[in-house]
Design a protein around this ligand. Structure first.
Ligand SMILES: Nc1ncnc2c1ncn2[C@@H]1O[C@H](COP(=O)(O)OP(=O)(O)OP(=O)(O)O)[C@@H](O)[C@H]1O
Ligand SMILES: [Mg+2]
Length: 306
């Protein structure tokens, strides 16, 4: 890959779309030797526990069983799967795999992370096998968005398969997790400048779409105890352009109405992936020079997003 992909974290300071600045985190930057967060003098390490599709065990029971198992095992912590104890019938019956995550940076800088230095954070989840639910536009049979229940079987392993400079994915995950936490705690964006938008840009094929899906999947796992229902809405920006004048605006309105309904449910965590966003954000000069419907879409998008 000759040209790197970049990740921009946009910060709207006063809710006005024109007054934003962009912090860019280029992919090939020097690795940051940030240690994992510390609690009670211990490092917090995420342990992801994937349940078998057939399992009906309560996540709380599995979490307790895994915590007990980790206490007994006296592990050194390294990213990757760990073996299930064959003498624990409950775990063997219900758990597909257990993975240690996010120790990469620490291990790269300090060689080893021993069990007594770690406080494991156990996240239990079950993959949805439902597949995407598509919204078909009556006329063109083009879907304007697809909806996934997360964590989805289709995105399993996607995060691990994406290779970037060391620590980049962890930094992105930490940023997104902090943004969710700030929302949860009601942090005032006028005092601490933050929002929940991540903009990925870069040459074709550098993993932008995949990283967005993988990030949503990761967050749905990490926040599963707070948000038991997670969805990803993948907007097909091209399909919002109807051949019929003024129809495009209606399609956008319908899309936002759908998203609005989803987010009204308190325990729902909804990720909206707008792929190829540049097709919506065309230059105003180009849009007013013709009678294309793109300008009406842009107006609808901004007015609905406030
Ligand atoms: N850094 C990477 N590590 C591993 N696989 C990658 C990486 N970047 C891209 N890929 C793989 O390349 C394929 C294309 O990725 P993807 O469609 O996410 O790229 P994109 O940036 O969205 O492309 P486009 O700009 O054309 O939409 C996927 O199968 C993805 O897994
Ligand atoms: Mg893409």
């Amino acid at each position: 890959m000759s040209v790197p992909m970049e990740i921009s974290v946009q910060t709207l300071t006063n809710g006005d779309a024109t007054s934003h600045h962009t912090t860019t985190v280029p992919v090939p930057a020097a690795p940051s030797p940030l240690p994992p967060p510390v609690a009670e003098d211990k490092f917090l390490v995420s342990v992801e526990v994937c349940l078998k599709p057939s399992s009906t065990a309560r996540t709380e029971d599995v979490k307790l069983a895994v915590e007990r198992m980790l206490e007994k095992m006296n592990l050194s912590y390294v990213d990757g799967p760990i073996d299930l104890p064959l003498d624990d019938a409950f775990l063997v019956d219900n758990v597909q795999r257990i993975c240690i995550c996010d120790t990469e940076e620490w291990v790269a800088n300090h060689d080893i992370l021993l069990f007594w230095q770690v406080k494991p954070l156990v996240h239990v989840y079950q993959l949805s096998e439902e597949g995407p639910c598509e919204d078909l536009d009556g006329d063109s049979q083009l879907s304007s968005f697809s909806e996934w229940i997360l964590p989805a079987k289709e995105f399993d392993g996607m995060w691990e398969s994406l290779i970037y400079e060391s620590g980049l994915k962890q930094r992105l995950l930490r940023y997104a997790a902090s943004a969710l936490l700030f929302t949860e705690k009601g942090v005032d964006p006028f005092l601490v400048s933050w929002n929940r938008i991540v903009l990925l840009h870069g040459p074709p094929g550098t993993g932008k779409t995949s990283l967005c899906k993988a990030l949503a999947q990761k967050l749905s796992i990490r926040f599963s105890s707070r948000y038991p229902h997670c969805q990803l809405v993948e907007v097909n920006a091209h399909s919002l352009f109807s051949k019929w004048f003024s129809e495009s605006g209606k399609l956008v309105a319908k899309l936002f109405q759908k998203i609005q309904e989803m987010v009204e449910e308190e325990n729902n965590l909804v990720f909206v992936l707008i792929d190829e966003v540049e097709s919506l954000a065309a230059a105003r000069k180009a849009a007013i020079s013709g009678s294309e419907p793109s300008d009406s879409i842009r107006v609808s998008t901004f007015s609905k997003s406030k």
